[in-house]
Ligand binder design. Structure first.
Ligand code: ATP
Ligand code: MG
Length: 180
């Protein structure tokens, strides 16, 4: 499983539909301060179900929608689509490509899609939990988050290791079953 392509439209500084193809090997994104490098990783985290506006450097979720500039008017919605190669069937889907889309309108309406079908946030979490790519996983480390790993409490560090080892899904399910 690997990220093949990211399409960003109306998300943060990406007013126009922008496609980013990721080839095999390492991709480095370079650019001046404020050019939108961090916004790219935030777009991916958002598509995978990030629910904290603060961790996306905003006060409320609609802050991720392109706010306009002197020359361009604001967008009415933000949309991010992530394409994952799934030929190895690592993700729980029979599709060779898993395509996840998140869309948010200014009026607060939002939706998630997997391969074009409407899904719940929970379905997105289920699909990516324990794959190393989930919302809380450590495969996406933003500026400032490295210290938080080193300074976190032992229980928090344990949770990081559990997510990496792939046992978090089962613990989450067990807790849900026990609470029923
Ligand atoms: P650095 O090298 O300093 O880390 P960067 O390349 O990571 O910079 P980002 O933090 O990704 O840059 O981008 C910040 C830019 O995104 C700012 O110019 C900010 O105005 C713009 N931005 C953030 N949210 C929005 C929004 N909703 N609408 C329009 N522009 C936005
Ligand atoms: Mg940055």
């Amino acid at each position: 499983m690997y990220l093949k392509k990211l399409e960003i439209h109306g998300f943060k500084s990406f007013a126009d539909r922008t496609k980013i193809d990721f080839d095999h090997g390492i991709t480095a994104i370079v650019g001046p301060n404020g050019s939108g490098k961090s916004n790219i990783t935030e777009a991916l985290r958002w598509a995978l179900g990030e629910q904290s506006a603060k961790s996306l450097r905003g006060a409320k979720m609609p802050d991720v929608i392109f706010a306009g500039t002197e020359k361009r008017k604001a967008q009415n919605f933000a949309e991010v689509t992530a394409h994952f190669d799934n030929t190895g069937r690592y993700l729980d889907s029979d599709n060779k490509e898993v395509v996840v889309t998140r869309r948010l309108y200014r009026n607060g309406d939002s939706e998630f899609l997997i391969n074009g079908k409407k899904k719940r946030l929970r379905d997105i979490h289920d699909m990516f939990l324990d794959t190393g790519l989930g919302r809380d996983s450590f495969s996406i480390i933003s500026q400032g988050r490295i210290e938080s790993v080193f300074s976190s409490k032992p229980e928090e560090r344990r949770a990081i290791i559990e997510e990496a080892a792939g046992v978090l899904k089962f613990k989450t399910r067990k807790a849900e079953t026990e609470s029923k």
